[in-house]
Write a new protein. Structure first.
Ligand SMILES: [Fe+2]
Ligand SMILES: [Fe+2]
Length: 258
């Protein structure tokens, strides 16, 4: 397996020949998918959940599924209007990643006894997250590349990366293992968004103001979805991951001031 450096550390040339490449994608994911059906080592031992813990985990997984479905639908739709062929190739890898994320999350729900995952997701979905998804898909319907990449590959990916990474440190062993595999992909998706928009902002500085407006609009939904996720995982405010810090760091790399 080729070692995947942090996408933020790559030069533009290296970035294009790695993150944009299907060939590289396959080698990168093979390392953490091989021998782990549904993202988990076979015969892993299930934790001894109380009814309350199981129910809270199912709600959390349902909301992760909303985010993954948003990314799956958006990234597949974006292929049609991506500005160049390399971006289309990258998005094809993201579509596969998001489809896999959705599948492993639904499989985890089945392991926890959920029979009809779709119905469960609908009934437990967080309203802010659903609103975020609707807004993202509007950008896709409008074929608005900058807004769609920003909302999906910077904002949504940053939220997912932060929540999944933190949840993996406190979750039961099976959920933690599955989340670590997902986080490796989300890091790649964030890197693409920042690289694409970074170059675009340099070339057309007026897009900065547009994206700042979109950021302000989506901030409320992101913060509300994050607070709800932390409540479900039962993380005290003083032990919560620094979403604001990660988020501000991601947008600061694009040249936004807080
Ligand atoms: Fe994902
Ligand atoms: Fe993603």
């Amino acid at each position: 397996m080729r070692d995947l450096k942090d996408p933020h550390d790559l030069t533009v040339q290296d970035f294009r020949s790695t993150v944009h490449s299907f060939e590289f994608w396959f080698e990168a994911v093979e390392g953490y998918l091989h021998g782990r059906p549904y993202g988990v080592t076979p015969h892993s031992v299930e934790a001894d959940f109380s009814d309350h813990q199981r129910d809270a985990l199912i709600t959390t997984l349902c909301n992760y599924c909303v985010g993954e479905t948003a990314a799956l639908e958006a990234s597949s739709g974006m292929i049609a209007f991506a500005p160049d062929l390399n971006a289309k190739i990258f998005l094809s890898t993201q579509v596969v990643d998001e489809g896999r994320h959705l599948e492993v999350l639904m499989h985890r729900m089945a392991m926890l006894g959920v029979v009809d995952q779709e119905a469960e997701i609908k009934s437990r979905a967080n309203r802010s997250l659903v609103q975020f998804k609707d807004r993202l898909l509007e950008f896709v319907d409008l074929r608005d590349w900058e807004a769609a990449v920003f909302a999906q590959n910077v904002i949504l990916e940053c939220l997912e990366f932060t929540v999944f990474q933190h949840h993996a440190t406190v979750a039961d062993a099976i959920t933690a293992q599955m989340l670590r595999g997902i986080v490796s992909d989300e890091r790649r998706h964030m890197g693409f968004g920042e690289n694409d928009l970074g170059r675009r902002l340099l070339a057309a500085p007026h897009t900065h103001d547009r994206l700042a407006r979109i950021k302000r609009e989506l901030d409320t939904l992101v913060i509300s979805a994050f607070a709800e996720a932390m409540r479900q995982i039962e993380i005290d405010p003083e032990n919560q991951p620094d979403l604001a810090g990660h988020y501000l760091a991601a947008v600061a790399r694009l040249g936004f001031r807080p």
